[in-house]
Design a binder for this molecule. Structure first.
Ligand SMILES: *[C@@H]1O[C@H](CO)[C@@H](O)[C@H](O)[C@H]1NC(C)=O
Ligand SMILES: *[C@@H]1O[C@H](CO)[C@@H](O)[C@H](O)[C@H]1NC(C)=O
Ligand SMILES: *[C@@H]1O[C@H](CO)[C@@H](O)[C@H](O)[C@H]1NC(C)=O
Ligand SMILES: *[C@@H]1O[C@H](CO)[C@@H](O)[C@H](O)[C@H]1NC(C)=O
Ligand SMILES: *[C@@H]1O[C@H](CO)[C@@H](O)[C@H](O)[C@H]1NC(C)=O
Length: 418
């Protein structure tokens, strides 16, 4: 079923896929699109990048030897700004605590209806027997405000439905579960595409998983949320919990879907491989396809609850998945595949800018044509690494420009405004 032509076998190590949870999905671009050649510019400096494109996951071999990855010992490139450490590390209480725990953690009338709404959305309403089942079901999480759900995210949604007309997309988000969110998604809902934004009910989603006691401790102030915005870390957990509960495909909002995911099951993507051994060296959690209650997801959640450290970038996300996969590798009962980088991450974060550039000369034009062709032939999706690329303009004739014209659904330049 896998269409990418790159041999997968060497990666199909049944390694436990460690889910590198990349902090959230937050990217925005303000783009202005002109038909085929799209101009895309990102201009939202206010938006704190949630996802670090360069998690320093130790090599697979190294991670096998040590159950603890040391994020600091990577390639030294792209240092993260140290989070502000002025937050108290002692147990917060009272009003102090409410400052640390964003309002999205508090239940609301909408979040309490999550389970009923999600069930109806995913299974179709009984009142409408004509509702066909969702194939497949996609999930996104969105922790930022709806204002920053910009053309790039909308384009990701377009591309998803372009390749999956019968899919359902559930965006788990407080901000998008609002009149402004509804308006943003209207071009899709109006055309009959099945998508919805719903405020998550954390206790419900975490129930009967190791996240449940962890979340209780967090609410009681017994977990140090750390220096980084909790939302970013919770997105790492939320995507695991959602997949564990419902099964389906999790996809970040800066991932362009290039072809049908049909046949992708219990799969996670490598972001990089070791050139010598061919084994993966780093996984990413921006795209994951898993059956509900998959044991690997359980392991990921367990690891999150056990090792959460809100002050270490990537520890609960990208490193986490790599850690866990390395640990469960070869154990019976953990059936999943690690797909090669070509599947979802055909271009690394450090080179993503090259995809936005217009041809400079004849040779460059040829390179673009070849690269574009290779991505179109081999990749299911293209992760844009928004943290790296959100400020880059899409130049006319660039690879992204081509892909946008091929993968648009509404193809409404005023909607795409890229
Ligand atoms: C690469 O993967 C193979 C197959 O799982 C394994 O036998 C080998 O030890 C790995 N090599 C390294 C360097 O991790
Ligand atoms: C951390 O936050 C405090 C209080 O807001 C501020 O005074 C300080 O400059 C910040 N430090 C850093 C490194 O951002
Ligand atoms: C979390 O990580 C920070 C930074 O590496 C470290 O100083 C701290 O001790 C860790 N906290 C826990 C509870 O492990
Ligand atoms: C939580 O998010 C912060 C900010 O991105 C990050 O530094 C930290 O590593 C995250 N913690 C985990 C466990 O991912
Ligand atoms: C294109 O987008 C604009 C702005 O959202 C909207 O007003 C218009 O109706 C759309 N056109 C079509 C054909 O969907």
């Amino acid at each position: 079923m896998l269409r990418p032509t790159q041999p997968l076998s060497y990666l199909v190590l049944i390694l436990p896929t460690s889910i590198v949870a990349l902090p959230l999905l937050i990217y925005f671009l303000a783009c202005s699109g002109l038909g085929l050649g799209l101009l895309c510019r990102a201009n939202h400096p206010a938006f704190a990048p949630l996802r670090d494109p360069s998690p320093k996951t130790p090599s697979f071999a190294a991670s096998l030897q040590s159950s603890h990855l040391s994020p600091g010992s990577g390639d030294g490139h792209h240092p993260h700004t140290q989070p502000n450490s002025s937050l108290p590390s002692r147990k917060p209480a009272g009003s102090e605590r409410s400052k640390l725990f964003p309002s999205f953690l508090h239940p609301s009338a909408r979040s309490r209806r999550f389970s009923a709404r999600a069930a109806e959305f995913l299974h179709g309403s009984r009142s409408n027997p004509l509702d066909s089942p969702c194939t497949p079901r996609f999930f996104m999480t969105w922790i930022s405000s709806s204002e920053v759900f910009r053309p790039r995210e909308l384009f990701a949604v377009e591309s998803l439905f372009k390749s999956h007309q019968n899919a359902c997309l559930l965006i788990v988000s407080n901000a998008m579960d609002s009149p402004s969110g509804e308006q943003l998604l209207r071009p899709f809902s109006e055309r009959g595409f099945r998508l919805a934004a719903m405020s998550p009910d954390f206790p419900y989603l975490f129930k009967n998983t190791p996240a449940e006691p962890w979340f209780h401790r967090l609410l009681k102030g017994e977990v140090n949320p750390g220096n980084v915005p909790l939302g970013q870390n919770l997105s790492n957990l939320l995507r695991l919990a959602i997949l564990y509960k419902y099964g389906g495909v999790y996809i970040d909002a800066d991932v362009i879907v290039l072809r049908s995911f049909h046949g992708l099951r219990n799969a996670i993507g490598a972001q990089s491989v070791n050139a010598e051994t061919g084994n993966w060296s780093r996984l990413n959690n921006a795209v994951m396809a898993f059956d509900e209650e998959h044991p690997l997801l359980y392991k990921f959640i367990e690891e999150f609850a056990r090792t959460f450290n809100g002050s270490k970038w990537g520890h609960n996300g990208p490193y986490l998945v790599s850690r866990v996969v390395a640990r469960v590798a070869g154990r019976p009962g953990f059936e999943f595949r690690v797909l090669p980088p070509a599947a979802f991450y055909p271009v690394g974060w450090h080179k993503i800018s090259t995809l936005f550039q217009a041809p400079r000369n004849g040779n460059h034009w040829k390179w673009i044509a070849k690269k574009h062709d290779s991505i179109r032939r081999r990749s299911f999706a293209l992760h844009l690494w928004n943290r790296e690329s959100r400020n880059i303009e899409v130049e006319e004739g660039s690879i992204i420009g081509r892909i946008m014209s091929e993968c648009c659904l509404l193809c409404n330049s005023s909607v795409n405004v890229m």
